[in-house]
Each structure stands twice: as structure tokens, then as C-alpha cells.
Design a protein around this ligand. Structure first.
Ligand SMILES: [Mg+2]
Length: 343
């Protein structure tokens, strides 16, 4: 096993307590020290410590890997219930890229989503920080709910919604977008996106020496409106989001979609599954957890998440969607055989 940096230190810590042989592979080169071992002192002790080559941190492995847990989850939690699969886009269905334009949905992922969307008893949705118009253009699957601007606008499956307060704040945000575009022009790598209801200011490609100036400009331009609570700022993966002052996030949008699909009647409830990779997805994880659903964080194992399962990369999300398709096909065949009296 080849591990570098902090992982190397983690492995040394394990070597010193002679427990290397207890490392088991979790997925794609990620390793978990068996939780049955006694914890040793010092950095990277042996009990439940995950080592993923390429990760920057060593964290407690609290989350089960969904591909490993899937047979049990499918048999015990999904069973024959209706299913709503909601997923983030960037970093979940597609890898994080240097620019938003490079995040293109693979034909394989689109094809499995198309297939799933046609199955009875299954509803699909994409919940993104991108605008509704853009996320629809990128995904292009017909029978699907599209949720844009972190839930402020959504459409599909016969529902459509734009948050009224977001609509009312559009003038202020558009004015800020014009000023920000001008202010960030001199900062290398900075990029501003006007998304109709919100603004994303990206600093992924801003070199370190210019990052301070980037954040200073954001604060300078937004300070007055933020102080008057006319806007609110949130932070994602190397992006600052400037939004209307609405207490509305991906979690509330997910609740809204689920209540439209299933109502509040417990008997009609299906199982919601939510996949996301970012801080903005945490409220959505909580929303599906409250309904007894399955929450899945895509990326490195993390201590600071409400998600109960994890997948390492969008490639594994694709792999899981394929598994889900197979499970649902077998389930459907079983239902059909029972209905027709075939063994
Ligand atoms: Mg994301």
C-alpha cells in the first residue's frame, strides 16, 4: 500500500502498534482499521481510522460505504416502497472541475438516469446551486424534478415554484452582480456568475496571493446590503454564494418536493435518498434523515456531516445508480410474477 503525507504518519502510527494486518480495503484504495482493535494513543490510533491515499485528513470512519451496505439497505429499508432519489450535480453526478462549464454529465450517467426515471414507483430529481434553466440544460432527462438556485426555483413532475421573496430581491442582487463583476475584474482567476436569483463568486482558480483581495472585494461590495439583511452570504467549495435573505435551503426544498410527491400521510410515504458533496447539502441530508431516508455524502469521509453513508467519487455514484437500476428491475419482475401467479 502506498500512502503519502499525513497518511504515511497514520500508517506509521499503526505500524508502531503492529496492527497493519488489520487494515481492510473499503473502496478504491481507501482503508479502514478494524474497529475491534483497542485504540492506541497518539496521532492516527487504530480504532476506526480511515486512510485514503490522496486525502488531506485522517478522520474517524463513521459513515458506511453505500456500495458495501447496499444489499442490506435495499432489502431492509427500500423493500417494495416508492423511492425518491434526489441528487446534487457538481461533485456528485460530475467531478468538480476547474470551471463550471467543464462539469459535463457523462452519457452513461444520463442513460442510467433516463432508465430509472421510466420505472414505476421511482421519482428522480436534481438539486443544484446552478440556475434552474442551466441545470435542466445540463442534465436533459425528461421525467425529473429540477431544483435550481439551492431550492429557490424548481420545476418538473407537474410542480413549479419560484420563492416569492427571492423574486422580490432580484433587483438588489442584479445590481450587486454588476458591481461585483466590475470589482473582481482585476483579480486573476476570479469568476462571477449571475444566476437570475442568486450570485456565485468563484475563487477556485484565484492564486493564493490574490485570495485576500478577492474576499475583501466581496465584503466591500456586499457589506451594506448584508448589514441591512437585504441579502445573505453562504460559503461552498471555493465559492461565495450571495442570496436573497430567505430562510430557504436545499433541505426545505427537498421537504417541499417530498410533501408534494407523498403528502403528509405516513402511509403514502416512500423512501427518500439524497446524494450531495458539499456544505449546502447538509440540510438536505437532515431532511431525508427525518423521513427515515438514506443520506449519502460523496467525497472523503467526514466527521462534520449529517449523512449516514458515503460514496468516494461521482464514479461510485454512477456505480450505485447501476446497482439501484438492477435492484428495481428485479423488484419489478418479482411484483409482475406475483401478479400473474408465476413462480
Ligand atoms: Mg455539489
Amino acid at each position: 500500500m502506498r500512502v503519502r503525507g499525513r497518511h504515511e504518519r497514520g500508517v506509521q502510527a499503526m505500524s508502531s502498534c503492529h496492527h497493519e494486518e488489520m487494515l481492510i480495503e473499503m473502496s478504491r484504495g481507501c482503508y479502514l482499521a478494524r474497529a475491534t482493535l483497542p485504540r492506541t494513543t497518539g496521532r492516527g490510533g487504530c480504532k476506526g481510522v480511515a486512510f485514503c491515499p490522496g486525502d488531506a485528513t485522517i478522520g474517524k470512519a463513521q459513515m458506511e460505504h453505500l456500495l458495501r451496505a447496499w444489499p442490506q439497505v435495499a432489502a431492509q429499508r427500500i423493500k417494495d416502497q416508492p423511492l425518491v432519489v434526489l441528487t446534487d450535480y457538481d461533485g456528485t453526478l460530475t467531478p468538480i472541475t476547474r470551471t463550471p462549464e467543464q462539469a459535463i454529465l457523462s452519457s452513461g450517467t444520463r442513460s442510467i438516469l433516463q432508465r430509472l426515471s421510466r420505472l414505476p414507483g421511482v421519482w428522480l430529481g436534481v438539486v443544484s446551486g446552478r440556475s434552474l434553466q442551466e441545470i435542466r440544460r445540463l442534465v436533459r432527462v425528461t421525467r425529473m424534478v429540477y431544483v435550481g438556485n439551492h431550492g429557490l426555483e424548481l420545476a418538473g413532475h407537474g410542480v413549479s415554484f419560484v420563492h416569492p421573496q427571492a423574486q422580490a430581491s432580484r433587483v438588489i442582487l442584479r445590481r450587486l452582480a454588476v458591481r461585483l463583476k466590475r470589482a473582481l475584474r482585476g483579480i486573476p482567476g476570479a469568476r462571477m456568475e449571475w444566476k437570475g436569483l442568486t450570485i456565485s463568486a468563484h475563487w477556485r482558480n484565484v492564486p493564493r496571493p490574490a485570495q485576500r483581495a478577492f474576499h475583501h472585494q466581496i465584503r466591500r461590495i456586499t457589506a451594506a446590503d448584508a448589514q441591512e439583511a437585504a441579502i445573505r452570504l453562504t460559503h461552498g467549495k471555493r465559492v461565495v454564494e450571495i442570496r436573497p435573505p430567505v430562510d430557504w435551503d436545499k433541505g426545505q426544498a427537498v421537504e417541499w418536493v417530498l410533501s408534494r410527491l407523498f403528502g403528509s400521510d405516513d402511509a403514502r410515504r416512500g423512501v427518500p435518498i439524497y446524494l450531495g458533496d458539499d456544505q449546502t447539502d447538509e440540510e438536505a441530508f437532515r431532511a431525508v434523515n427525518r423521513r427515515g431516508g438514506v443520506s449519502v455524502r460523496v467525497g472523503r469521509p467526514s466527521r462534520r456531516t449529517a449523512a449516514t453513508y458515503r460514496l468516494s467519487h461521482p464514479r461510485e455514484v454512477y456505480g450505485w445508480l447501476v446497482e439501484l437500476g438492477e435492484f428495481l428491475t428485479v423488484r419489478r419482475r418479482g411484483t409482475h410474477d406475483r401478479a400473474t401467479g408465476r413462480a
